[in-house]
Write a protein that binds this ligand. Structure first.
Ligand SMILES: *[C@@H]1O[C@H](CO)[C@@H](O)[C@H](O)[C@H]1NC(C)=O
Ligand SMILES: *[C@@H]1O[C@H](CO)[C@@H](O)[C@H](O)[C@H]1NC(C)=O
Ligand SMILES: *[C@@H]1O[C@H](CO)[C@@H](O)[C@H](O)[C@H]1NC(C)=O
Ligand SMILES: *[C@@H]1O[C@H](CO)[C@@H](O)[C@H](O)[C@H]1NC(C)=O
Ligand SMILES: *[C@@H]1O[C@H](CO)[C@@H](O)[C@H](O)[C@H]1NC(C)=O
Ligand SMILES: *[C@@H]1O[C@H](CO)[C@@H](O)[C@H](O)[C@H]1NC(C)=O
Ligand SMILES: *[C@@H]1O[C@H](CO)[C@@H](O)[C@H](O)[C@H]1NC(C)=O
Ligand SMILES: *[C@@H]1O[C@H](CO)[C@@H](O)[C@H](O)[C@H]1NC(C)=O
Ligand SMILES: *[C@@H]1O[C@H](CO)[C@@H](O)[C@H](O)[C@H]1NC(C)=O
Ligand SMILES: *[C@@H]1O[C@H](CO)[C@@H](O)[C@H](O)[C@H]1NC(C)=O
Ligand SMILES: *[C@@H]1O[C@H](CO)[C@@H](O)[C@H](O)[C@H]1NC(C)=O
Ligand SMILES: *[C@@H]1O[C@H](CO)[C@@H](O)[C@H](O)[C@H]1NC(C)=O
Length: 804
């Protein structure tokens, strides 16, 4: 997304990304609403099918079937589309749909963003004096670290309420191109901040929850005809698919051809999108800039029409990333296509809407030249208008009519943003229970480092304008006398000149908080990292401050991707380490709440923190997840990488201790086979036991078998706290080239000090024990699987047996 934005960055502005994002990239103050003219702001437009609106246009609404709310949506959208000429139709296929005043159809801007709050990146939404800001929740990677599904959904609900309120005021659209659900395959990826991490199942669960939070109208979650299910706002899972290189060593996303094995497509790259569509019932999917195995994703009929619309049964529209079709012609030079060839190709592949002007400018010619049928356009327009009908664009939505200014930046939403950061923050080290600090004992605080006064950095990218901001020094000054020294001129920390004053502050203060890390000058859209270390002299700053500090030293890292901080992990002068992602508008407050024990941290790393030399072992451009011995590739993500790490996926400490007791579980699954069940081969390692019937294709099974896992989590420490219980499955020993383990479920549970809570899971055996073989078949293997409960050491076997 945001090619324009990216270009701005590439021209060399290395200032905080947010300042670019807030600088509008498209003309501002053009209302996204259905204006019949170009009235800038403060619309009194409520919905299309309003008789008085038609009166003003000199039209009689009653003759327009598309406004007859007694008819089903498919009949109404057909009437609407059939009224348009070809020239009128193509003007509705870009993100700015021009409308057709002749038939009462207003214009509409499809492009709005709400990755972690209502954003003004995208011309459909803007802020001004009437609505100066919206709640800026932490960027997704931190919220993901909470492993709290209800939090993810609740944030979606808060964001969509603010979006609806802003829509009512003519400041926002109804269609939001969020969330980003690409898996973080490589720790260098610049857009890690936008995503829920490296595990495809966790990413898919995040997607399903956030999308339901954004889209679901209370009481209308389940519908028999999903094409008429009402939407609060429309959400979009992007960027489909295998998009995870931005710009690495001169390879950029506009030229990148992702060579992905079908095995990895099924197991990793497509899985979150499949969950987003099937579990989240998302109303849009966005195709990406890159090619997959030679074909630009937006031109791939197999990926779009066959998989998303056909197999997964999308109810909604497919949109391109901004200027994807142009990228296809100019950068990929795909099949030497002309502009007309390209628009014809993408329309036929199933791409309904072009974020850009290619459809608008070139589709009419493509039809005249015989390259695409008018009915291909009609099909796309119908997909688009059904979504707008479900949103109440045509008929209004009484349920949300009363929302307004007072529903944006409410105290409740600002508190939720703070809570998200508190729940996400990960405690990485806490020697001798140094944390939490007791403010009575630490009257003076040295708060040092390049992020000690972080403000907009905490908002990350795709942010809007926040309601307010609380920096770390703001928050810590409520607990003691703050001695603030930056220690570096900027995140790049190009020289040592400012280290001495920071050391002096530490020397004379009762405790020292160092806030260091990365920002968008290091990891950003359009910018991947080359290394996993802290930039410039930050390491020296941290070590030198720690050496001379009078009191305990606490290191806080702000970053999206993992950083090799082995030096700090082993430095006995650094007592505690926290990872705070980019913590959003109230980030400073959340950090201080954790440091002082007003919140007991329970977040877990949603991705592996690799050692610095990891990236020397494999190019970012290799998509293979499994180790490749011949090439010395070590494997990617916790599922396939078996080497040493700085901190593993799922890592995180607490101020209390938890014990797990396995309360019950089913230990074996017997599947009765009939003569139509054929055993599938699997590759085993040399000498491993090979069952007579190694596996069955899960499509051939009823898949009704479940196993339950009931765990008692005891808080055996002295503080209340929340524990994230992560359940993994591990395939039978001996199966070659499969994952080491994989997440199959997780729950965050609050347990009072001294108390215990039961946590129950029910797993479908096919879904939770399957492996994907080299030929991309999803198989249930026979033999002894292992269920592993977090890193508690608790595990138990499950036997899968096939009986004839
Ligand atoms: C909006 O309100 C103004 C003033 O009340 C009125 O003149 C105008 O016609 C209205 N426009 C629409 C589209 O209803
Ligand atoms: C998960 O999030 C919900 C919604 O914000 C919150 O009420 C709940 O306390 C959280 N659960 C835990 C265990 O922290
Ligand atoms: C929809 O219905 C199913 C089955 O009745 C239920 O499991 C599910 O939770 C419902 N979904 C929502 C979002 O309420
Ligand atoms: C799109 O998918 C549908 C149903 O899956 C199929 O009937 C149709 O032929 C496909 N169209 C193209 C162009 O692949
Ligand atoms: C598309 O058409 C508009 C209006 O004619 C024109 O200004 C613009 O340059 C065209 N863009 C492209 C990429 O062809
Ligand atoms: C914890 O404190 C004890 C006693 O003060 C000390 O001997 C020990 O080295 C400390 N451990 C760490 C990891 O700092
Ligand atoms: C902290 O940053 C803000 C925003 O950049 C700035 O206005 C303020 O002066 C800074 N505070 C200090 C103490 O430097
Ligand atoms: C050292 O860094 C500071 C802060 O970025 C800068 O102002 C100063 O000019 C640099 N000094 C040298 C000698 O490069
Ligand atoms: C690592 O990357 C950062 C940011 O791109 C750069 O500033 C730094 O110099 C690099 N460090 C090393 C050791 O190459
Ligand atoms: C084992 O894997 C290789 C590909 O790596 C394949 O050629 C071979 O057929 C596989 N054997 C079985 C039994 O699946
Ligand atoms: C991981 O590495 C350890 C130690 O080298 C080895 O014992 C183990 O078998 C490996 N596990 C896998 C799944 O490769
Ligand atoms: C977990 O399951 C057990 C037994 O099946 C049941 O007694 C208990 O109430 C369940 N607990 C929760 C929290 O659902």
């Amino acid at each position: 997304m945001d090619r324009v934005l990216n270009l701005i960055l590439c021209i060399g502005l290395s200032v905080a990304f947010v300042s670019c994002a807030n600088a509008r990239i498209v003309p501002t103050n053009s209302s996204p609403l259905g204006h019949d003219d170009a009235t800038p702001t403060g619309s009194n437009f409520t919905h299309v099918c309003d008789p008085s609106r038609f009166d003003q246009l000199g039209l009689d609404m009653s003759i327009f079937g598309y406004c007859d709310s007694s008819l089903p949506y498919n009949v109404r959208v057909k009437d609407l589309v059939d009224r348009m000429t070809l020239a009128e139709k193509v003007r509705q296929l870009g993100d700015l749909a021009y409308g057709v005043p002749r038939i009462g159809l207003p214009k509409y801007e499809w492009w709005s963003e709400a990755l972690h709050g209502v954003s003004n990146v995208g011309p459909g939404t803007f802020f001004d004096d009437l609505v100066p800001g919206a709640t800026s929740f932490p960027p997704v990677i931190l919220t993901a670290a909470s492993f709290n599904e209800s939090l993810w959904k609740k944030i979606g609900q808060a964001v969509s309420t603010e979006a609806r309120a802003m829509y009512n005021l003519g400041r926002a659209g109804l269609t939001y191109w969020s969330p980003n659900v690409n898996v973080v395959r490589d720790p260098r990826w610049g857009r890690t901040t936008e995503t829920p991490g490296e595990d495809p199942f966790v990413v898919g669960k995040y997607a399903a929850n956030y999308v339901r939070g954004l889209q679901d109208v209370e009481g209308h979650e389940n519908y028999t005809d999903l094409n008429s299910r009402p939407l609060k706002i429309s959400s979009c899972c992007k960027h489909y698919a295998a998009y995870d290189v931005d710009n690495w060593m001169g390879v950029d996303r506009f030229h990148f051809n992702a060579r992905a094995a079908e095995q990895d497509m099924v197991e990793t790259f497509l899985r979150p999108f499949e969950m987003c569509v099937k579990e989240g019932d998302v109303s849009s999917v966005m195709c990406s800039y890159n090619r997959v195995n030679g074909i630009p994703t937006c031109a791939d009929a197999r990926l779009l029409n066959q998989t998303v619309r056909g197999e997964w049964d999308l109810h909604g529209y497919i949109v391109s990333d901004c200027d994807s079709i142009e990228v296809m012609v100019d950068n990929h030079k795909f099949l030497g296509d002309t502009k007309e060839d390209a628009v014809a190709r993408t329309l036929k592949a199933g791409l309904d809407l072009d974020c850009g002007v290619y459809y608008t400018n070139f589709t009419a010619n493509a039809v005249v030249q015989g390259k695409v049928r008018e009915t291909d356009i009609d099909k796309s327009l119908k997909n688009l208008y059904v979504v707008l009908m479900r949103l109440g664009f045509f008929d209004g939505n009484p349920q949300y009519k009363s929302l307004g200014k007072d529903d944006v930046c409410t105290d409740q939403n600002i508190e939720l943003a703070t809570e998200a950061a508190r729940e996400g923050i990960v405690l990485l080290k806490n020697d001798n229970d140094t944390l939490p600090l007791n403010s009575a004992n630490f009257k003076t605080l040295a708060v040092v480092g390049p992020h000690a006064n972080a403000t907009t950095v905490m908002l990350g990218n795709y942010a809007g304008v926040p309601c307010q901001i609380t920096s770390p020094i703001d928050a810590f000054s409520k607990h003691g006398e703050v001695n603030y020294k930056m220690g570096c001129g900027e995140v790049a920390c190009r020289n040592e000149s400012l280290i001495f004053p920071a050391m002096e502050a530490a020397k004379h203060s009762d405790a020292t908080i160092i806030v260091a890390g990365l920002d968008s000058s290091v990891e950003a859209e359009g910018l991947d990292r080359d290394n996993l270390t802290l930039p410039g002299y930050q390491t020296q700053l941290i070590n030198q401050v720690a050496k001379v500090a009078k009191g305990p030293v606490i290191l806080v890292i702000m970053s999206a991707g993992g950083v090799d901080i082995s030096f700090a992990k082993s430095n006995t002068n650094i007592k505690a380490i926290l990872w705070a992602g980019y913590p959003g508008e109230e980030g400073g407050r959340a950090i201080a709440d954790v440091v002082y024990g007003h919140h007991n941290p329970g977040g877990r790393l949603p991705l592996t923190w690799h050692e610095a030399n990891y990236v020397d072992m494999l190019p970012m451009t290799s998509l293979r997840l499994r180790p490749v011995d011949e090439l010395g590739y070590p494997g990617r993500t916790y599922k396939f990488f078996n080497g040493s790490t700085v901190y593993p996926f799922g890592y995180g400490l607490s101020y209390t201790q938890f014990n797990y007791k396995l309360a019950s579980s089913k230990r074996s699954i017997h599947v009765k086979l009939n003569k139509y069940h054929h055993c599938r081969e699997l590759n085993y390692t040399c000498g491993a036991y090979r069952p007579p019937c190694p596996a069955i294709h899960i499509e051939d099974l009823e898949c009704k078998d479940h196993f339950d896992v009931e765990i008692e989590v005891q808080n055996v420490g002295k503080r209340d706290g929340s524990e994230v219980v992560i359940i993994y499955s591990k395939p039978p020993e001996g199966i070659a080239a499969t994952y080491i383990k994989q997440v199959i479920g997780f729950k965050r549970v609050f347990v009072a000090a001294g108390a215990s809570e039961k946590v129950n899971f029910s797993f479908n055996a096919c879904q939770s024990l399957k492996v994907v073989d080299y030929a991309a078949n999803s198989l249930l293997p026979a033999g002894g699987h292992t269920i592993i409960v977090g890193d508690s050491g608790v595990s138990f076997p499950i036997q899968v047996k096939f009986d004839h």
